[in-house]
Ligand binder design. Structure first.
Ligand SMILES: CC[C@H](C)[C@H](NC(=O)[C@H](C)NC(=O)[C@@H](CCSC)NC[C@@H](N)Cc1ccccc1)C(=O)O
Length: 312
């Protein structure tokens, strides 16, 4: 089988949401290659905590005694219990998917009323369900796919797609360049030339986080840029045109247009940069600012997983 689903950006491309059918109800979820839990808002939460969200009514079979509890790098988190239900994404069906129903979520999830939860697409080894870890949607369906892969084509300020089971050559230029993935930490982790340390491809992270030295070198070419500790990152005049950022990954290179690196206004005519420091995180994070310039293939067709990057 194959399938394709639209990925619609929230304002400023903060995140990209896809329609997911769970037990016949459609939820708008953040497909997140940086985590491995499929969780949704549910009627088990206080009404005030789920106001404005589509909530799961536990249509599936409860996995008694199973719980989950996840924390994210931005300090947000959620927890709850576990059901098994039918999940459909872009026409691709998992008949018995672990659906993690929230009993509580942190305030940033409550306030983002476009988002009804996350569908994790990192490796199942970091799924948080206890006493037995559960498989991601991709792990559940990959054997049924024509090819064991999915591909992200996120776009700048407009809807993109996630393709399942096939590569759409109309969505990129040049060729796809593949690099090996280290799965030891459960992420789609790879090495990028000229960027020290390990990097992860994370569709669920908004910005591009790279080491201080790379960040400083980039903004040295932006006259109005400075590090603003009150905003927690580099800011600059919204009207200043920004240089492109190019990186070599394996045998290919990807260029992020400067326009994409103006993330959003923070106050008046001051804008917040899409490139920020990864120091203190433990990984570089190639989030949406980078991914929206690419066609990225999350590939398990070989004996070991690999990532493919092409210019979008
Ligand atoms: C503080 C938590 C650390 C980062 C770690 N958690 C993780 O690595 C989790 C799985 N992944 C994440 O926190 C990040 C990757 C961090 S790099 C280590 N990706 C998922 C995140 N963007 C999902 C999200 C989407 C929208 C709003 C908020 C959050 C842990 O549990 O130990």
């Amino acid at each position: 089988s194959t399938g394709s689903v639209s990925a619609s950006p929230e304002s400023y491309d903060e995140s990209y949401l896809i329609p997911v059918s769970i037990g016949g109800t459609t939820f708008h979820l953040d497909l997140d290659t940086g985590s491995s839990d499929l969780w949704v808002f549910s009627t088990q939460q206080p009404a005030s905590q789920r106001s404005g969200h589509t909530a799961y009514k536990q249509t599936g079979t409860k996995k008694s005694g199973y719980t989950w509890n996840i924390s994210y790098g931005d300090g947000s988190g959620a927890k709850g219990d576990v059901y098994v239900d039918k999940v459909v994404v872009g026409g691709v069906t998992a008949t018995s998917q672990a659906v993690e129903a929230a009993t509580s979520v942190s305030s940033s999830f409550t306030s983002d009323t476009d988002n009804d939860g996350l569908i994790g697409a990192a490796f199942s080894s970091i799924n948080t369900v206890s006493p037995q870890q559960q498989l991601t949607f991709f792990d559940n369906v990959k054997n049924s796919l024509s090819q064991k892969l999915f591909a992200a084509r996120l776009r700048y300020h407009t809807a993109g797609t996630y393709d399942y089971g096939y590569i759409d050559s109309s969505k990129y230029s040049g060729s796809i360049h593949y690099v090996p993935v280290n799965t030891a930490n459960g992420f789609w982790e790879f090495t990028a030339s000229g960027v020290s340390g390990s990097s992860i491809a994370d569709t669920g992270t908004t910005l591009l986080y790279i080491p201080d030295s790379n960040v400083d070198a980039y903004y040295a070419n932006v006259d109005s840029a400075s590090y603003d500790s009150s905003q927690g990152g580099y800011t600059f005049d919204c009207d200043e045109s920004l240089p492109d950022w190019t990186v070599t990954i394996g045998s290919g290179s990807i260029t992020v247009p400067g326009e994409y690196i103006n993330f959003a206004p923070v106050s008046g005519n001051t804008c917040f940069g899409g490139i920020q420091s990864s120091d203190g995180i433990g990984f570089n994070i190639f989030g949406d600012i980078f991914l929206k310039a690419t066609y990225t293939v999350f590939d398990q067709t070989q004996s070991s997983p690999r990532l493919g990057f092409a210019q979008g």
